[in-house]
Ligand binder design. Structure first.
Ligand SMILES: [Zn+2]
Length: 101
């Protein structure tokens, strides 16, 4: 499970979310996407100026792109994608391939 938090300066937490793609059958329901959606709803804006995204793993290209579109200040993550790929590769039993361009 990925956990993601969006915070603004002075410790204001805008959202804390986890991955729900399996629960809601939505391939875009990554923790980062959920956190960005919830934060945008909260501030009633598509921009999250001054906000930082904290996440357990390096965000995927989709989530990184959305963070950029939301004008998020920066991203802090706990593990690189290559480490996540090792774990996911074991869990998917070789049925999934994730390659960098
Ligand atoms: Zn993602």
């Amino acid at each position: 499970m990925l956990v993601c938090q969006l915070s603004r300066e002075k410790g204001t937490i805008l959202s804390i979310c986890h991955t729900t793609l399996h629960k809601v059958n939505d391939p875009s329901a990554h923790a980062e996407m959920n956190a960005i959606r919830e934060a945008c709803k909260k501030v009633k804006s598509r921009y999250l100026l001054g906000a930082w995204l904290y996440t357990t793993q390096e965000p995927c290209p989709m989530c990184t792109s959305v963070a950029i579109w939301a004008k998020i200040e920066g991203i802090v993550f706990g593990a690189f994608e290559k480490d996540a790929m090792k774990t996911f590769g074991k869990n998917s039993k070789g049925k999934f391939t994730w390659k960098r361009c």
